[in-house]
Design a protein around this ligand. Structure first.
Ligand SMILES: [Mg+2]
Length: 311
């Protein structure tokens, strides 16, 4: 490709095979008609897919092709983390705009490998085509459940504490393109204590908490003063959209929101997760809906769209 020719499909496949890590559960990856996966005995396969489209989910710039590739896999890994699954393999399908350079396709795949490498997972298949539309990248990931089994959204129980990893808000200024999915943290937490319900925060804390409440058929009270805010949420705060509102509704934080029985929550909070603080932000109750306890102690309804600041 030093002469500037576009890489053929076979060149790309060869390059990907040379660069990739191979997970032992992937018996056969790129190079045959289908991949063969053998999860460990007694484990279940978990599969998630997410598609990113240029012009809808990102633009070049501000994203680079490498960042787009990285994000396309990372958002899928965040979904595996949300179920406490170990990543095994990714399948990456790309519709490349005709006329984009060979280096563009390679950078994109390099970004996918950047996201895969830390987790020792395989890039086990996919497809690359060219067309007259914008870039579309669709990733499917396969993971295996941990020894304790997958964590669903539907398991939250009254009296559970609500915990969140990291801090929230202002993600679109950069975090959304550079985050490390909380895969390891999820596995460590689940080894430490039973997690009743878990979700990754992609739509925003308010919306994603509502997903847990809907699936578990319970209610929640969130403590406004305890919600961890990013420096970016403070920096971007305005009178109309203070930092708390950003944390509740910006989305794309890719942190984990989980519930656990009070004793188990205490054990989780005592964990030392490097670079990943864990915060107790509220409680689960019988009933339906979500309320936000404000600094003055008053309770206001928290809609799934977030909290509308009262001027
Ligand atoms: Mg998700």
């Amino acid at each position: 490709m030093a002469d500037g020719k576009a890489p053929g499909e076979f060149d790309l496949i060869r390059l990907l095979r040379e660069r990739q890590v191979v997970h032992p559960a992937v018996r056969l990856g790129i190079g045959d008609d289908a991949a063969i996966l053998s999860p460990a005995a007694g484990r279940e396969l978990l599969i998630a897919a997410d598609m990113l489209m240029e012009g809808t989910h990102f633009t070049f710039p501000p994203l680079t092709p490498r960042e787009a590739g990285r994000k396309a896999l990372a958002v899928n890994l965040s979904d595996l983390a949300a179920m406490a699954a170990e990543p095994l393999a990714a399948f990456v399908t790309v519709a490349l705009p005709r006329g984009r350079s060979a280096s563009f396709a390679l950078e994109l795949h390099e970004g996918v490998l950047d996201a895969a490498r830390p987790f020792g997972m395989s890039l086990a298949g996919g497809d690359t085509n060219a067309w007259d539309g914008p870039l579309v990248i669709s990733v499917t990931v396969c993971g295996q459940s941990s020894a304790a089994g997958p964590v669903c959204r539907s398991g939250a129980l009254p009296e559970d504490r609500i915990l969140v990893t990291g801090s929230l808000g202002g993600s679109l200024s950069g975090h959304h393109a550079s985050f490390t999915p909380r895969v390891r943290e999820a596995l460590t937490m689940q080894q430490t204590a039973p997690i009743h319900a878990m979700i990754d925060i992609s739509d925003g804390l308010a919306a994603d908490l509502h997903h847990i409440l809907d699936e578990s058929q319970v209610a929640a009270v969130l403590e406004a003063a305890r919600i961890p805010l990013t420096p970016e949420a403070h920096r971007q705060a305005t009178a109309e959209k203070p930092a708390l509102v950003r944390a509740l509704s910006d989305g794309e934080d890719f942190e984990l929101l989980l519930t656990a029985a009070p004793d188990d929550a205490a054990r989780l909070l005592a964990l030392d997760l490097p670079g990943c603080p864990l915060t107790d932000i509220g409680s689960i109750h019988a009933g339906s809906g979500c309320q936000l306890r404000q600094a003055d102690g008053s309770l206001i309804p928290l809609e799934r769209s977030g909290w509308q600041h009262q001027l």
